[in-house]
Ligand binder design. Structure first.
Ligand SMILES: Cc1cc2nc3c(=O)[nH]c(=O)nc-3n(C[C@H](O)[C@H](O)[C@H](O)COP(=O)(O)OP(=O)(O)OC[C@H]3O[C@@H](n4cnc5c(N)ncnc54)[C@H](O)[C@@H]3O)c2cc1C
Length: 434
């Protein structure tokens, strides 16, 4: 539909190149937005997915697919084909301590069809899901569509206005708008929900970069602590994705100290990878992630729901952000697919049900992350010495009933969401669980 209208929004009247109507408008094609749009479209809900970028190829966004995310893919009948795409499997998470390598999480012991974390470039994962969604006539995607305004009528959100790559305005009207536009969510800001944000201050920031991996390197995740910093290395398709952890607010100092100091520090913390440090030649190879942890008090307004990082920014500790974003999408689809398909007005109670389903798991994992960061990383980094495992973690890993807990929490989070049976794929047969 190509209708030209005049808008009287925040400023001057302006021309709208296109006006579009749909049942659900999802803003942001990250893991949360793409999974939600896919499940809705498969189940007969007309959905328009808007993405500000022209593609999905963005560096250092996280490439981890945890067992619970893979189980959801399995429920959709997509896991086997997804795992045919190039990926590596992480079976254990290890910390190098003064006393040698300590396995803190062994995913092989979990009762699941997918006892590993799949490291797959996020661009491949999202392209796969979008290709799958595109097979359904109810799915539409607009790339290069940056949402800048909400349409509000009588206190209810009725859709959005976005600008395309040429700067032209478009209007989308929808029964439900979902903000899945990530940690800097524009929709959250426009909705006023941001006022109720609760932030904690993780004591760290992360520098991300990649170095080559050799055939005889260890596999999986390797973490090393000491001498004022920490390094986490993730085995990613022939290379190591490295997170060099610094104390919050010290990035300018690290830059001022220079690249040579960074290379030296990396080589000291992870001596078995010392020869890889020379591959760091330019600051442009390095991305700084300001680590945040926050969540909204309220995730919805009439006609509007926020999911994923837009509702709760996750610290990268444990790499659970993608997992939680996908589970939010599943909870939203479970609650809202039926009323949306019927064309019913979505009620506040239905939106609140989504928040209720996902809020407690989010609070619990954020509290655990905060605890682990405070006690573990910050202390180990400040100590400027070889890392020794804190006593509570040592006791946990020695207690037979409890030692699987870290692997379970990383793999599934707390109270993982499952797709309702009616929303699953035809080929889905098994259900594993922790
Ligand atoms: C450097 C880094 C490393 C990370 N590593 C990991 C990891 O290893 N494992 C893990 O689980 N998590 C990791 N995370 C966290 C993880 O990326 C997020 O938790 C997860 O991507 C959240 O998914 P989402 O769909 O909610 O949002 P996002 O993935 O952020 O997607 C939001 C989408 O919305 C789009 N968008 C934004 N504004 C607009 C707008 N106005 N209009 C239209 N579209 C818009 C964006 O372009 C983006 O595509 C990492 C994060 C960072 C920054």
């Amino acid at each position: 539909m190509n209708v030209r209208t005049s808008l009287r929004g925040a400023g001057e009247p302006r021309e709208v190149r296109e006006s579009f109507e749909t049942r659900c408008c999802v803003v942001g094609a990250g893991p949360a937005g793409v999974v939600l749009a896919l499940v809705l479209a498969r189940n007969g809900v007309a959905v328009l997915l808007l993405e500000a970028h022209e593609d999905f190829d963005r560096d250092f966004r996280g490439d981890t697919l945890h067992p619970s995310a893979l189980e959801i893919m399995d429920e959709l009948g997509l896991a086997d084909r997804l795992l045919q795409l190039r990926h590596t499997k992480i079976h254990t998470a290890n910390i190098m301590t003064g006393a040698g390598l300590l396995t803190v999480a062994d995913f092989r012991r979990l009762k699941t069809k997918f006892p590993f974390i799949a490291m797959m470039p996020q661009v491949d994962f999202l392209n796969f899901l979008v290709a799958e969604a595109s097979r359904h006539p109810d799915f539409q995607l607009r790339l290069g569509a940056r949402v800048e305004e909400l349409i509000e009528e009588g206190g209810r959100v009725r859709g959005v206005r976005y600008r395309d790559g040429d700067g032209a305005w478009h209007e989308v009207r929808a029964k439900l708008t979902v903000g899945a536009d990530g940690r800097g969510s524009r929709v959250r800001h426009l909705s006023g929900l941001e006022a109720g944000i609760m932030k904690t201050s993780p004591p760290m920031d992360v520098l991300w970069f990649r170095v080559p991996r050799k055939a005889d390197d260890p596999s999986g995740v390797v973490a090393r602590f000491g001498r004022g910093h920490a390094v986490v290395l993730l085995d990613r398709l022939g290379e190591w994705q490295c997170g060099y952890i610094i104390l919050k607010g010290t990035y300018q100092q690290v830059r001022a100290d220079g690249l040579e100091a960074l290379r030296k520090s990396f080589a000291e913390i992870a001596p078995e990878f010392a020869d890889r440090a020379e591959h760091l030649k330019d600051w442009r190879q390095i991305s700084m992630l300001s680590v945040e942890s926050s969540r909204l008090r309220v995730w919805h307004r009439p006609g509007l729901l926020l999911v994923g990082d837009a509702a709760h920014v996750m610290s990268p500790f444990g790499g659970v952000g993608i997992n939680y974003a996908i589970q939010d999408a599943v909870a939203a689809a479970n609650a809202l697919a039926d009323p949306l398909r019927r064309g019913a007005e979505i009620t506040g109670a239905q939106l609140q049900a989504v928040q209720r389903r996902r809020e407690l798991p989010t609070r619990i994992i954020q509290s655990l992350q905060a605890f682990a960061q405070r006690i573990g990383i910050a202390n180990a980094m400040r100590a400027r010495q070889t890392f020794n495992v804190p006593l509570p973690l040592r006791l946990l890993l020695r207690t037979p009933v409890l030692r699987r807990l870290p692997a379970r929490l990383i793999a599934f989070g707390f109270r993982p969401s499952r797709l309702r049976r009616e929303l699953r794929g035809e080929n889905y047969s098994t259900r594993s669980s922790w």
